[in-house]
Design a protein around this ligand. Sequence first.
Ligand code: SF4
Length: 295
Amino acid sequence: MTALVDEQALERPPDDCRSPKVAGHPTSAIRRYLRSPKTIWCPGCSNGIAMRAVVDAVLSLQLDHDKIAVVAGIGCAGRVAQYLDFSTVHTPHGRALAVATGAKAADPSLTLLVVMGDGDCVAIGGNHLIHAARRNIDLTAIVFNNSIYGMTGGQMSPTTFPGDRSTTSVWGNVEPAFDTCELAHAAGATYVARGTSYSYMKLVQAIAGGIVHRGFSFVEAMTSCPTYYGRQNDVPTAAAMLEVQKARAVPVDKFDRDGPRLRDRYPVGVLHHVERAEYTSAYEEVRRRAQDRSG
Ligand code: SF4
């Protein structure tokens, strides 16, 4: 009798864990992938940096433009669906991963890039995140984490650090913050990385590594919201917010792995990378077996 579960397909280190080579591209090359050069993000918002990093990663990997689909959720990060000139879908709040799962199941040859904000991904869409990670479906989830709900007026999100202020925690947040990378790892993501908008090329590298990985990739891009988070937390300028990222980001090989993600430091780089059976391939195998038995 054929085993239903391939025991050999359990998690293992990748055969080749070298990061893909990435290069920065001139603005003229990036613009070809934008529907409009005009930004509707606030001055100093680093969502534009993270979006450019997505395009730079795609260009570095020389992917087929027609085989890329970008799925975005609701919120300031979700605006990428309007900017990027790929096949794009702007989904209801929290549902980007569910829609991307359907698109990938329908056409496994697509490269799916799923851009979400932190509230979109780990609050209203948290359930979709854990199940997409558990299935190990071949998507690249990129979370623009500015630690706040920007579009709706600066409310506290699940990634607001304890003590920080927002319009719904004006005297300081008392809740612990989600470590989105630890969450994705625990749920089954097979590639997990974090970068910052301060270290641009490292962020491009982290995203490119996620795209080439076959399985569920999760990349947290630390971004900054000067309009709400900065103003409310005494970080008055966009440049100052990037300086904060620079101070907090610690390369993963230097980070104390036993320590939790803290307000004053977090590991950056590739945090977790293993191989495990990918969902659409496993599903295709089951379909083939069923056809063999019924034929
Ligand atoms: Fe960016 Fe914040 Fe403005 Fe939204 S509200 S566009 S996250 S600066």
